[in-house]
Design a binder for this molecule. Sequence first.
Ligand code: ATP
Length: 234
Amino acid sequence: MSVLTLEDVNSYYGNSHILFDLDLEVEQNEVVALLGRNGAGKTTTLRTITGTVPRREGRIEFRGEDIADDSVDKISNRGVKLVPEERRIFPTLTVTENMQVARDMSSGNPRDIQEMYDVFPVLDELRENRGRNLSGGEQQMLSVARALIQDPDLLLLDEPTEGLAPVIVDDLYDVLSEVVAEDVTVVITEQNVDFALELSERAYIIEKGANAWGGTVDELNEREDLLDEYLSVG
Ligand code: ATP
């Protein structure tokens, strides 16, 4: 069953046209990677889905319903949760308080904080620490945990490994693999192609705000030419 459909979607920041006739399809329980160079339009695609891009055109459907004209809040209440690139946690609140606030904001059936501590043992050890005292990797874990506690229908992860040390990236991978195994539907954007492809079943490559390629990760792994053409740095 299709969870998310984008068809011929165009997005703009003011007069800047950023996404051009973009198509995207995400099925129930799938993990889909959005790949592309810096500035290709990955973040804008996620913001278009959540409604935070001010102007957009085209068909955007979530579980068969047209959400193109929904407000940001309404889309969030439908269960679409974004973990943004800049980790949004409360610096003066403790880890537990950060989770509690996210839980209180949930419109559905939030999970228990203890459940999150079982998935994120790193956070369990830091319960009473304030957000501002966590390392970048710990903040990223908390950011993901805050989205997950709301039991999202669709989880959007924007470059979760950005700025993280390799050993923390491994920890995050372990946590996200567990999350993915729990049948959450996920769209993940990454510059770290290997990380994204390890987690995903299908991938889209975006170039200059338009679809450049789409297919399974197995297909993509056979296509070094695509990786060179669209994903090599520089
Ligand atoms: P990155 O990895 O750098 O985040 P990306 O693929 O996520 O890359 P976007 O952040 O979606 O790319 O940016 C797509 C284009 O939109 C870029 O040309 C960028 O300069 C532009 N852009 C992004 N945010 C804004 C904004 N708030 N106002 C105007 N232009 C923007």
